[in-house]
Design a protein around this ligand. Structure first.
Ligand SMILES: [Zn+2]
Length: 141
């Protein structure tokens, strides 16, 4: 039997997919929904993998600080980067080392960000599910 604790996180962000063949090359945004699955070797004394509030504090804080209500700009998208004064107002945009597809965003969170955020909690991120729209999601595990 395997048990996972799962926390849902919402954020709004703008992006464009650099080099996309059609409408996703336009500047646009999504109401993303991220499901963070955490697992551990066992349960704590209370019978939990991790308190849900800890997952929120660790992961949601990073998302709200870095990605919510901002723009994800690919570092190689020079045409977009030229719009910096327009796009960055009271919050910095997030310049990505990757083209900001849902797959790359989820992979970046899974490999680079969340393991560091959870390093002192005794849990690991076992799966991420990122909904770009109600009908489209990616899963990384
Ligand atoms: Zn999009």
């Amino acid at each position: 039997m395997k048990t996972e604790a799962v926390r849902k996180i919402h954020f709004c962000a703008g992006h464009r997919v650099y080099g996309h063949e059609s409408k996703c090359s336009n500047l646009h945004g999504h109401n993303y929904v991220l499901w963070v699955h955490a697992s551990a070797n066992g349960l704590d004394d209370l019978g939990r993998i991790i308190d849900f509030s800890v997952l929120k504090e660790k992961v949601d804080t990073w998302i709200q600080t870095n990605w919510d209500h901002t723009f994800l700009a690919y570092k190689n998208d020079l045409e977009l980067l030229a719009l910096e004064p327009l796009i960055q107002k009271n919050k910095p945009w997030f310049v990505c080392p990757f083209n900001p597809t849902a797959e790359n965003m989820a992979g970046f969170l899974f490999k680079e960000i969340i393991p560091e955020l959870l390093k002192d909690t005794g849990v690991v991120v076992s799966r991420l599910v990122l909904y770009e729209t109600e009908n489209c999601k990616v899963e990384v595990f």
